[in-house]
Write a protein that binds this ligand. Sequence first.
Ligand code: ZN
Length: 82
Amino acid sequence: MRILCTVCGKKAVIGKTDRLSVALTNLYCSCTDPECGHTFVTNVSFSHTLSPSAKTATEVVSALARALSPEQRKALQQELAF
Ligand SMILES: [Zn+2]
């Protein structure tokens, strides 16, 4: 991932990362142009889902299956067996 200095547009390097959550990380950056010397914080954040996680789908199905009565669960098992 390339970070550019927000003042001069030259390449910047990431010196430190601070993960605030799984969806947000702060990047402490320094401009590589010695005549600029700008240091700044930029962040990388989650935007939106394009395709849901298979892990989430499995959890949802498991939670729904647990909410069924024993008879409904048995009917579902028979349905899935075919
Ligand atoms: Zn700069």
